[in-house]
Structures are given as structure tokens and as C-alpha cells.
Design a protein around this ligand. Structure first.
Ligand code: NAD
Length: 483
């Protein structure tokens, strides 16, 4: 089963479903089977310029739309997406290889976010200062920044679109969305719901491409683009940030993570194992908030490693359409090779592979990897890198201070986890960890109301929640003489 029946393969520019100006297409693959799912229009510079022009033409009328009308349009899109969520979940499974239950969870969660953001459109802020000085009043309006370029990754192809497009549209911005080349079909299906909901032409365009670097340059150089919101690797984020300097564009960057897990010696080990397995191995470990590095107190280390490896060995790798499957394939061969190289370097550095970590099966474009666990006596250089797949590292620590020191020994700061039988101790550790998000005695989940983002090299700005909408607004201060 491919689940792509009826999927859009043209791009969306100015309200029209069009082929690339060059006529080019690129293939989208199912990583679980190696099957070719679709050939999608391959946007070039001319297509992206046309999408930006359409957004530029549409942005003022969308900005000036009465709040209740904007809300109504976004709500119609939510209703259409709700009707189509089964089909979109199938697209997600096909493009990413994630298990069907996870794909269904992702689109359901995306709906909650689109719904939340539609309500935010009803309560955009404003302030008024009567007689701020003797001779004048002042007010501040929060205007949409204008045209927003959004670049999304493949690991959550619906949810990342919801976080960016939902918030930007609610703020009154027009959006040009460039989805990841591995997963354009989900983004196109979501955009189709907005078109069918009556979103005015040009307010949302989608430009899939096989050449993201070239398209990224157009988005950065075009004077009409006011803001770029990007989720992806730190390396690409750095390049985009440098490229944005010329146009002084507003940048929102959600970048890589390398989440530490700190486990104190007073925990109930089995409960912690359940949380850490979820936090590490969901989505085959391909999540920015995934628990990468476990620092476990020596008092519970042996028991933790034994139970944890047992639980990891119990995870089922296989066909993502099978309800019994916990872990599907990695997204592509490059991802597999990167992870295998990291495992090899960890072993060369003295780590032991105590579970999994080997290829189970190859497909034409990717491979399935057994979920694995690496242990080591002390820290190893490669553990400071993000492992974007189903491999955890476990290091035994002497006390809380060592755990915090090791947890912070990274350039990342997206998410962290603390498990302690003593809530006060857990909170104290959470305070000391340098991270934008911390789960204390729980795996992190996304909530529409809660802001999310990284510190240090994990990013700039906040997504989700009210904060995520405010990022797409900028204030204008107006002083008016009193007569
Ligand atoms: P990636 O940076 O290679 O790709 C992400 C997006 O950027 C894709 O749409 C891709 O086409 C585009 N892109 C690639 N090169 C580009 C360039 N030169 N100019 C413009 N766009 C370009 O990332 P990936 O490996 O596909 O995704 C995984 C990474 O994303 C991981 O590091 C992960 O931690 C991170 N991520 C972060 C978050 C978060 O919220 N912080 C969420 C999900 C993923």
C-alpha cells in the first residue's frame, strides 16, 4: 500500500496548481519499500519568484481582513483537514515510513495547532496610552511582518507546517512554504485544504524543490520576503542566518538538539525506562527533542541499563502499516550512513554497543536499523553530536553535579529530561540545565499553548503558543497630538 492516491503533484502558486516553469519534476520515495510514490513539480528560481510576487500582491488584503473573517477561513480549513486526516496520515506514512499510529497522531496534533492558531487570529494584541505625555496620546499596533518564507523538515511533515503556516496566517502574513524534498506531498495536501477553504489566492504558496540551496538563496535575497522561519539542521540554519544579513531579515530558527537525560538515584527505574524509551525511539529517533544522551546516577545505573536494553530489544522494527510496528525505516540512505558512522566512531572511542544498532533490511532508498544502546565509562567526543536515529548513549555519573556538567557539555540547548524521585531535586536540576524545554519526570509532548524553541545553537525565537504568533508581528508606535 502506498497511500498516495489522488496526491497533488503540482505546486501551488497564486492559488493555481501549476507545473514548474521549466517543466522539471523530482521523485518522492517511500523509504520503507523504495517505491517511487510520485513525481512532483520541481520549483526553480522563477517559480519561487512568482510565489513571492503572489504573496506580495495578497499580503495587504489578508492583513486587512477582519479578524472574525480570517478566523472563519482558518476554521473552514481545519474542518476540511479533519475530514481528510485519514488520507493525510497515509501520505505521511508513505513519505516518511513512520508507523501509521504515529502518522495519525501527527495529523491529529497538527489539527489542534491549526485550530489553536485560528483562535489566536481573534485576539491579536494592541495597546493604547491616553495622554502618554501632556500633549499627546500614543498607541501601538502589532502589524503582520509581511511575506513569510517557511522551510520545513521531513521528520514531522504535517506538524512543522502547522506550527509555521498556522501561526503566520493567523498573524495576517502571506506565506511561501518550501517543504523538505523527501516529504512534499503532505505539505501540498494541507495547502489544498486551505485552497478549498477559500483562502485568498497568493496568501499561501507551496514550492517543493530538489535544490533547496538555490531556492533558499532566492528567499533570502528577495526584498519582498520579510521573515524566514526555518526548522532543520544547525548547519543549514547557520548558512541561512549568514545569508539573511544582506536583507536584514527577521529569522526564526528551530535547529538541532542533543537532549540529555539526567536520572538521579532515587527513581522508580521501570517508570523512567518507559519515558526514556518513548523520548528516544518515537519516530525512529528522528526528532529534534529526542533523548540522545542518558546520564544515570551510579546508584541505579546497572538496573537502569538492564531494564532499558530489555525494553529497547522489545521494540518491533518493520512495516509502518503494521499496527505492531514501533520503528520504521530511517528517512534515507544518507541518514543511515550518518548514524552508522557515528556508531563506529563511538565504538572506536571506547563505547560498547549493548543492544541493536545494526541494519535489519535495506530498501532502494533507505534502511531499517535495530534500535540500539551505546554505553561508555565517561563522555566520548561523538556524544556531543546529535544522533538523529534510534540510538541512545548511556553514561554513568557519580552525582547530580557531574550529570549537569555533562548535560551542558554541548553547543545545543533545545530540550532536556530530568527524572528524580524527589520533585524538588528534579526542579533544581531542571533550573541548571541550559535548554529551551525541559521535561521533569515525563517525556516532552507538544501543546498548542506552550512556547517551544532552543537556546544556544538550537535556535532563535519561539514557535507555538501565543509567542509563536507574536513572532510574525512587529509593533508600530503611533503618537497623536491631543488637540
Ligand atoms: P536539513 O537542514 O537538511 O533540512 C531541513 C530543511 O531545510 C529542508 O526543507 C531542506 O530542503 C532545507 N534545506 C537544506 N539545505 C538548505 C539550504 N542550503 N538552504 C535552504 N534550505 C535548505 O535538516 P534535516 O536533516 O532534513 O532535518 C533534521 C534536522 O532538523 C535535525 O538536526 C533536527 O534536530 C532538526 N529539527 C529541529 C526541530 C526543532 O524544532 N528545533 C524540529 C525538527 C527537526
Amino acid at each position: 500500500m502506498t497511500g498516495t492516491g489522488g496526491a497533488r503533484s503540482r505546486m501551488l502558486i497564486g492559488g493555481e496548481w501549476v507545473p514548474a516553469a521549466s517543466g522539471a519534476t523530482f521523485a518522492v520515495w517511500d523509504p520503507a519499500t523504495g517505491d517511487r510514490l510520485a513525481d512532483v513539480a520541481d520549483a526553480g528560481s522563477a517559480d519561487v519568484r512568482a510565489a513571492i510576487a503572489a504573496a506580495g500582491a495578497a499580503r495587504e488584503s489578508w492583513r486587512d481582513t477582519v479578524a472574525s473573517d480570517r478566523y472563519a477561513t482558518l476554521q473552514r480549513a481545519v474542518a476540511i483537514l479533519r475530514d481528510r486526516q485519514g488520507r493525510i496520515a497515509d501520505l505521511i506514512v508513505g513519505e516518511t515510513g513512520k508507523p501509521l499510529a504515529e502518522a495519525r497522531g501527527e495529523i491529529a496534533n497538527s489539527l489542534r495547532f491549526f485550530d489553536f492558531f485560528s483562535h489566536e487570529a481573534l485576539r491579536l494584541p494592541g495597546e493604547y496610552w491616553p495622554r502618554v505625555q501632556e500633549d499627546r496620546d500614543a498607541y501601538v499596533v502589532h502589524e503582520p511582518v509581511g511575506v513569510v518564507a517557511a522551510i520545513t523538515p521531513w521528520n514531522f511533515p504535517a506538524f512543522m507546517v502547522a506550527c509555521k503556516v498556522g501561526a503566520a496566517l493567523a498573524a495576517g502574513c502571506a506565506v511561501v512554504l518550501k517543504p523538505a524534498e523527501q516529504t512534499p506531498l503532505t505539505a501540498l495536501a494541507i495547502a489544498e485544504a486551505f485552497v478549498d477553504a477559500g483562502l485568498p489566492a497568493g496568501v499561501l504558496s507551496v514550492v517543493p524543490t530538489s535544490d533547496p540551496a538555490a531556492i533558499g538563496e532566492v528567499l533570502l535575497e528577495h526584498p519582498e520576503v520579510a521573515c524566514l522561519t526555518f526548522t532543520g539542521s544547525t548547519a543549514v540554519g547557520q548558512r541561512l542566518l549568514a545569508g539573511a544579513a544582506g536583507g536584514v531579515k527577521r529569522m526564526l530558527l528551530e535547529l538541532g538538539g542533543n537532549a540529555p537525560v539526567i536520572i538521579t538515584d532515587d527513581v522508580e527505574v521501570d517508570a523512567v525506562v518507559r519515558h526514556v524509551v518513548r523520548a528516544r525511539y518515537a519516530n525512529a529517533g528522528q526528532a529534534c527533542v529526542a533523548a540522545n544522551r542518558v546520564y544515570v546516577h551510579q546508584g541505579v545505573a546497572d538496573r537502569f541499563v538492564e531494564r532499558f536494553t530489555d525494553a529497547v530489544r522489545g521494540l518491533r522494527v518493520g512495516d509502518p502499516w503494521d499496527a505492531a510496528t514501533d520503528i520504521g525505516p530511517l528517512i534515507d540512505r544518507r541518514a543511515v550512513e550518518t548514524l552508522e558512522d557515528q556508531i563506529a566512531r563511538a565504538l572506536a572511542g571506547g563505547a560498547s554497543l549493548v543492544a541493536g544498532g545494526r541494519r535489519v533490511r535495506d530498501t532502494a532508498t533507505s534502511a531499517f536499523l535495530e534500535p540500539g544502546v551505546l554505553t561508555s565509562e565517561g563522555g566520548i567526543g561523538v556524544f556531543s553530536e546529535e544522533f538523529f536515529g534510534p540510538i541512545a548513549s548511556v553514561v554513568v555519573v557519580q552525582d547530580d553535579d557531574e550529570a549537569v556538567r555533562r548535560a551542558n557539555d554541548t553547543t545545543y540547548g533545545l530540550s532536556a529530561y530530568v527524572f528524580s524521585g524527589d520533585e524538588g531535586r528534579g526542579r533544581l536540576i531542571a533550573d541548571r540545565v541550559r535548554s529551551g524545554n525541559v521535561g521533569v519526570n515525563c517525556a516532552l509532548t507538544s501543546d498548542p499553548a506552550l512556547p517551544f524553541g532552543g537556546v544556544r545553537m538550537s535556535g532563535i525565537g519561539r514557535e507555538r503558543g501565543r509567542a509563536g504568533v507574536l513572532e510574525f508581528l512587529e509593533s508600530k508606535t503611533i503618537q497623536i497630538a491631543r488637540r
